[in-house]
Design a protein around this ligand. Structure first.
Ligand code: FEO
Ligand code: CA
Ligand code: CA
Ligand code: CA
Length: 542
């Protein structure tokens, strides 16, 4: 990994305002190339998309839909800047490769989950999927997952399906954490039989992409909520914390601290690390201080007959709130009903916490994408009817992953220019290229902060911001520069890169017009992973 640049600066010429082209637009000197689309061949021997209606189990061999969180892993014996494993989430069904009205439940469930594909760079600099790689694998809504941790006794030893795989994270020991963003299996439709209990979803699921035959594991110790992604901080003693957002209107920010340090010498010793540890939720005090409140049964009011105040920030000040009684009799109760536990313990309800990232200087950033229905504000969520979202950051005390206190401030409020004369909830303070609804966020290994947006794509939004985009943001000045603009209807999500940063992988989710269409004369466009690189071969951004 190259060292951070001296000032984390960028050299690209920012893109124009309000681009609404049906293509991926990148700055001069960069190219964007489609690598892996919904319906593409994944597993060895796959025929790929074979026309509608599709059928199970053939669909289990092809790329799922709605590409989202993603990570690039080196492979032993391969130059990591020339090849490796790309692991990516499929958040939802891609109508470009399915007709949900005629295709059965198992076919639909094939379309969500995770893809593992080996990729390699050709002599012309372009990347391609290696169709014959034994690493290529799908984890889907039909796959069986093991369950571990304190809630195993309640959830069961196995669960069929991972679902709503939003964003993701990696671990110091090289596994992939796919995050389930909803608690229920909404893929079932009228007429489908056998819907399982909803307690099987809403977990962080650990996948070992280097071991193709391995079974993925739902790690219940990390709590059950609308998981967005994970990001870790490691200290000099190999103690680690995993930060996690709950994309709920409103939801809390969490961290999980395993009891044991990560073992860099013996990979196998880390495979149970996520089963034992302490789960916390964040309280952002109005004076800029913060506390991690422990979500352990018996502490912080997590007892039998606890009073859950509910999502009280969604009702007007002065309205009488009648709490709901919730029983926390065991740690399993806390982990199955984590959102209520965080509210009972006094964590702060935030404006939809999406991705979290840990910077090279250990600043932690979280996107709060928007919350159009907030009525009670706080210093950390200062706008009622927050239509465009904001970004919060904090420093752990002593920059330690084990800290139980921190200091926070707001990096920026997204939204329109004050000069537009719009209401305060629509006015942002972004210095440079404005945007709405930050979602993906990542500090790359050279220290550059990137933000991706998921704003509504109706004209009321695109008139002011253009299509959803990716921005570089200077962490000192807050200056924002538009780097990439997606095609019509999409959100931009997923950030992965080779160690030398000469290749970035970005996901285009739910494009809805003619970009990357599959069928001549109709059908939606396909979600896809695109490669972004410079024609001069230098690191992206540098
Ligand atoms: Fe799946 Fe919160 O975005
Ligand atoms: Ca999405
Ligand atoms: Ca997201
Ligand atoms: Ca979003």
């Amino acid at each position: 990994t190259p060292p951070p640049g001296p000032d984390y600066s960028v050299t690209f010429k920012p893109l124009d305002d309000k681009i609404v082209a049906d293509t991926v637009t990148v700055p001069e000197g960069y190219v964007a190339e489609v690598l892996y689309s919904a319906g593409d061949k994944c597993v060895i021997g796959s025929a790929g998309y074979a026309g509608i209606p599709q059928s199970y189990p053939a669909t289990e061999t092809q790329s799922g839909g709605q590409h989202d969180g993603m990570h690039f892993y080196p492979l032993e014996g391969v130059d990591p800047n020339q090849g490796g494993l790309l692991v990516l989430n499929h958040e939802a069904l891609d109508n470009a490769t399915l007709d949900q009205s005629v295709e059965g439940l198992k076919t639909r469930l094939s379309n969500v989950g995770v893809s593992v594909v080996e990729i390699a760079r050709g002599s012309n600099g372009a990347w391609a999927v290696k169709a014959d790689s034994r690493y290529n694998k799908r984890y889907t809504g039909n796959t069986v997952y093991n369950v571990s941790g304190p809630a195993k006794a309640v959830v069961g030893a196995t669960v069929v399906g991972t679902l709503n795989n939003c964003s993701s994270g990696n671990t110091p020991w090289g596994t992939y954490l796919t995050c389930e963003e909803t608690l229920n299996n909404y893929h079932y439709q009228a007429g489908d039989a056998g819907q399982p209990a909803d307690e099987g979803y809403g977990w962080v699921v650990e996948i070992d992409p280097q071991t193709p035959g391995s079974t993925a594991v739902k790690r219940t110790a990390m709590g059950r909520f609308s998981h967005e992604n994970t990001a870790y901080m490691l200290d000099e003693n190999n103690r680690v914390a995993f930060y996690m957002g709950d994309d709920t209107t409103p939801g809390c920010i969490y961290k999980f601290v395993p009891n044991k340090p990560y073992d860099p010498a013996n990979r196998a010793n880390n495979m149970g690390l996520l089963d034992e540890g302490t789960l916390y939720a964040a309280r952002f005090n109005d004076d800029g201080s913060g506390n991690w409140v422990e979500l352990t049964v018996g502490k912080n009011n997590l007892t039998t007959g606890a009073t859950d105040p509910g999502n009280f920030t969604q009702v007007a000040t002065g309205t009488v709130i009648t709490g709901t009684i919730v029983d926390f009799n065991s740690q399993a109760d806390v982990l199955v009903n984590t959102q209520a536990a965080a509210r009972v313990a006094g964590a702060t309800l935030m404006d939809r916490p999406e991705w979290i990232t840990v910077g090279v200087d250990k600043t932690v950033f979280c996107t709060l994408t928007n919350n159009g229905s907030r009525k009670r504000t706080s210093a950390s969520n200062p706008r009622a009817n927050n239509s465009h979202g904001h970004i919060i950051r904090w420093h752990e005390r002593g920059d330690s992953p084990l800290a139980t206190t921190f200091e926070w401030d707001l990096l920026l409020l997204a939204g329109r220019d004050a000069a537009d004369g719009v209401a305060p909830n629509l006015t942002g303070n972004v210095n440079g290229d404005t945007f709405s609804s930050p979602d993906g966020i990542r500090v790359d290994p050279q220290g550059r902060l990137w933000v991706q947006t998921d704003a509504g794509t109706g004209t009321s939004t695109t008139d002011f911001f253009g299509n959803n985009s990716m921005y570089y943001i200077d962490q000192k000045t807050g200056e924002s520069k538009r780097f990439l603009v997606g095609p019509l209807g999409c959100e931009i999500t997923g950030i992965a890169y080779t160690p030398d940063l000469t290749t970035f992988f970005i996901n285009i989710q739910h494009p809805n017009q003619t970009w990357n269409t599959l069928r001549a004369g109709g059908g939606d466009a396909r979600s896809a992973t695109v490669v972004v690189r410079r024609t001069d071969g230098k690191p992206v951004g540098a």
